[in-house]
Design a protein around this ligand. Structure first.
Ligand SMILES: C[S@@+](CC[C@H](N)C(=O)[O-])C[C@H]1O[C@@H](n2cnc3c(N)ncnc32)[C@H](O)[C@@H]1O
Length: 241
């Protein structure tokens, strides 16, 4: 078991041949709410080698800024050229400008985070009013059913696992709502014929959830201040006591 930066630093050479579009890009394509072609600027948190950014650009997204912890993954993304800015850093504190994005996205990253709250909070800070936050990743049920963390084959062919954390669907809902997001759409994808064709051994997982996608919307108006916090028990409509 290795940490994220060590793991992806070693996986980078074979990462794109290993990861299946069915896990994330095909799920994104099935979402109903995002109007990808009308997005002017997106922030791609945990952008990796730029797969997500390249997909977004192909859907008509105007510009994408990316952040990632692993320099080797960023070097591949740089070569791909899908991103305007690429920043090496933690997605919980990106340094990107606040309220500057009409889409924030994070794909195949959340299982590496010990705590979801900082991701949801930073995404909320980056998003402009009415902007979307799209998160897609491994379904927690699948991590439990498969019984193994995210892993890849090392140079000698032996499996190397990268630190993986289990976040239930309710953990996502709790973190998203606490940060101020409103849930606009959610999809859970099951293992079906498409997956069995890619990975015949997954027949034993047929009909089980494999990935989950959440589409959050930032309210146009900031949340009203909690009246009880000010010791004022005003009635709706401002009638007061
Ligand atoms: C499975 S890859 C996903 C990359 C890309 N989004 C994709 O879909 O192909 C996970 C990426 O998340 C990055 N990552 C994990 N934890 C991170 C964190 N706390 N801050 C920034 N990047 C992180 C890793 O370095 C890695 O590049």
């Amino acid at each position: 078991m290795v940490d994220v930066r060590t793991g992806y630093g070693q996986w980078v050479g074979s990462y794109e041949q290993t990861v299946e579009d069915a896990m994330d890009l095909e799920v994104l394509a099935r979402l109903a709410v995002p109007g990808w072609g009308s997005v002017e600027r997106a922030a791609d948190l945990g952008c990796g080698t730029g797969r997500t950014g390249a997909w977004l650009r192909a859907q008509g997204v105007g510009a994408v800024d990316g952040v990632d912890l692993t320099p080797e993954m960023l070097a591949v993304a740089r070569g791909k050229g899908a991103h305007d800015r690429l920043i090496e850093g933690d997605l919980a504190a990106t340094g990107l400008p606040g309220e500057a994005y009409d889409l924030v996205i994070s794909s195949l990253v959340d299982e590496h985070l010990a705590d979801l709250a900082p991701l949801y909070r930073e995404a909320f800070r980056l998003a402009g009013p009415g902007a979307l936050f799209v998160l897609v990743g491994l379904h927690p049920h699948f991590i439990m059913a498969a019984g193994m963390p995210t892993h890849f084959d090392g140079a000698d062919g032996s499996p190397i696992a990268i630190t993986t954390h289990l976040h239930l669907v309710s953990d996502h809902l709790t973190a998203g709502l606490a940060a101020g997001w409103q849930l606009a759409e959610m999809r859970e994808e099951l293992v079906g014929d498409r997956w069995i064709a890619l990975k015949p051994k997954w027949e034993r997982h047929r009909h089980q959830p494999v990935s989950a996608a959440y589409v959050w919307r930032k309210p146009e108006q900031p949340r009203p201040a909690d009246p009880s916090a000010a010791g004022d028990h005003a009635l709706p409509g401002g009638a007061g006591r």
